[in-house]
Design a protein around this ligand. Structure first.
Ligand code: NAD
Length: 474
């Protein structure tokens, strides 16, 4: 069995206590990982002090070269990393190969280029020039969830490194393996102490990161309830805080949409990665005139998804991330029935793995719990609407505000609806179509702050204004 250690100051660091890491498709323990405590986090911070000192003085051009070397090293191990991600998370290996690992590689290359291309503003006054200067923050804490492990960790690590910070990172205790691989790669490329990785439970290791006074910024991606706890600890310490939290996103289909494209888009938005993406469209709103026909085609599309062995190249839906998570999702299917809904699908597959067939739920009020709480699994509720105003009201009727997709052939409608939705991201006739330069993040209970491109670079640095008085003519 694989034994994983923390990485502190570029070397593997032993810990006294451990956790099991389980493959959710087989329920077999595949690794033993550290159960780090505050003392382990402190050791990482001590290493990061020296890392921050060295890295902050490393020229940007050299930092960019290091980021590209990390990308190259990840790329050289693409197949191995995709397999690890699939075994750890439950997702189809084909998805990890096509999406997760390539995105992690792209994140490092993107922020290397962004760093090299960055120009900062200057503002001329009659008698002075102001210019912006950026400084690294120092030591930053990065905490990530289990659904897109390396994809999301690298989305934070790459800009944090680009801007010259040292890192103390904690991946989810449920998906530690690709983070371990990244730390090994960084140990070969970065000065000691720049990238430190500690594993463990959220309330112990994660909390210790958030509480540590020398960690000046926290970038957290995870559930809304956890984000609230993180904010409660970090805000009174005046830490910089980025919170990317939960979502309950709507897919809005208007009658004039390209029917087949909208069906395919709604299926993908609902069930990609077993529905375990914060951006998944788990509430499908369909204009009443096409509702019956759409639900029929959508349900057929969902039932055609192949559920099974994540290692099989044809699998569309792998295992949920854990048996406990499957229990939670099944709890919502019971709730849906109690609330008067009709559930198609949602059966367990026999065997030890956390498999669950995708489920389509109709007949529910859009205000009920099943239709407004984040389930984070392969469950989509479907609701009819009559017109634009009603569609917008239903879509905005949750505590979340992360994303939405709008399917219509009327550009005016797309624009009006896009502007009226209380979310951070809207896709029109597409879903999860991402450019790394654009802002990413949510409103309401989906988070605070934006990641991506210049937003990430601003978060991981302190911007300073220097005002130079111009000399008077002698
Ligand atoms: P989670 O909140 O349970 O855990 C996220 C991370 O926080 C883990 O590493 C965990 O160990 C750690 N943690 C837990 N308690 C902590 C504490 N008290 N202090 C510090 N760290 C703590 O979330 P999860 O179940 O791993 O992930 C699923 C959630 O993440 C969903 O709600 C999903 O919507 C959200 N998510 C959001 C985005 C986004 O970009 N908005 C992306 C992916 C996932």
């Amino acid at each position: 069995m694989r034994v994983v250690h923390n990485w502190i100051s570029g070397v593997q660091a032993p810990t006294s206590d451990h956790l099991d890491d389980t493959n959710p498709a087989t329920s077999q323990v595949i690794a033993r990982i550290p159960r780090s405590q505050a003392s382990d986090v402190h050791a990482a911070v001590v290493a990061a002090r020296e890392g921050a000192r060295v890295w902050s003085r490393t020229p940007a051009s050299e930092r960019a070269i290091a980021l590209r070397r990390i990308a190259d090293a990840l790329e050289a191990r693409l197949d191995e990393l995709a397999a690890l991600e699939s075994q750890d998370q439950g997702k189809p290996v084909s998805l990890a190969r096509k999406v997760d690992i390539p995105r992690a590689i792209a994140n490092f290359r993107f922020f290397a280029s962004a760093l090299e291309q960055e120009t900062l503003a200057s503002t001329r006054m009659a008698d002075a020039i102001n210019y912006e200067a950026r400084k690294p923050i120092g030591i930053v804490g990065l905490i990530t969830p289990w659904n897109l492990p390396l994809y999301l960790l690298s989305w934070k690590v790459a800009p944090a490194l680009a801007m010259g910070n040292a890192i103390v990172a904690k991946p989810s205790e449920l998906t530690p393996l690709t983070a371990d691989a990244l730390a090994g790669i960084c140990a070969d490329i970065l000065p000691a102490g720049v990238f430190n990785l500690v594993h463990g439970l959220g309330p112990e290791c994660g909390q210790a990161i958030v509480e540590h006074p020398e960690i000046k910024a926290i970038s957290f991606t995870g559930g809304t309830a956890t984000g609230r706890r993180v904010a409660a600890t970090a805000a009174p310490m005046f830490k910089k805080l980025s919170l990317e939290l939960g979502g309950k996103n709507s897919t809005l289909v208007f009658a004039d949409a390209d029917f087949d494209q909208a069906v395919a888009g709604a299926v993908r938005a609902g069930f990609a990665n077993q529905g375990e993406i914060c951006l998944c469209g788990s509430r499908l709103l369909v204009q009443r005139s096409i509702y019956d026909r759409f639900v029929e085609a959508f349900t057929a599309g969902v039932q055609a998804l192949k559920v099974g062995d994540p290692a099989h190249p044809d699998t569309d839906i792998g295992a949920l991330n854990s048996l406990a998570h499957r229990d939670k999702v099944e709890g919502y299917l019971s709730l849906a029935r109690d609330e008067g809904g009709t559930v198609v699908g949602g059966e367990r597959s026999p065997g030890p793995g956390a498999f669950l067939n995708p489920a389509v739920v109709t007949g529910l009020e859009p205000t009920c719990r099943t239709a407004t709480e984040e389930i984070f699994g392969p469950v989509v509720t479907v609701h009819p609407f009559d017109d634009e105003d009603q569609a917008i009201a239903i879509a905005n009727g949750t505590e979340y505000g992360l994303a939405a997709s709008v399917w219509t052939s009327d550009l005016g409608c797309a624009h009006r609806v896009g502007e009226a939705l209380d979310v951070g991201m809207v896709w029109v006739n597409t879903w999860l179509h991402r450019d790394l330069r654009v802002p990413f993040g949510g409103v309401k209970n989906s988070g605070v702050g934006r990641e991506g491109g210049r937003w990430s670079m601003a978060f991981y640095s302190e911007n300073k204004n220097i005002c130079v008085k111009l000399g008077d003519r002698r």
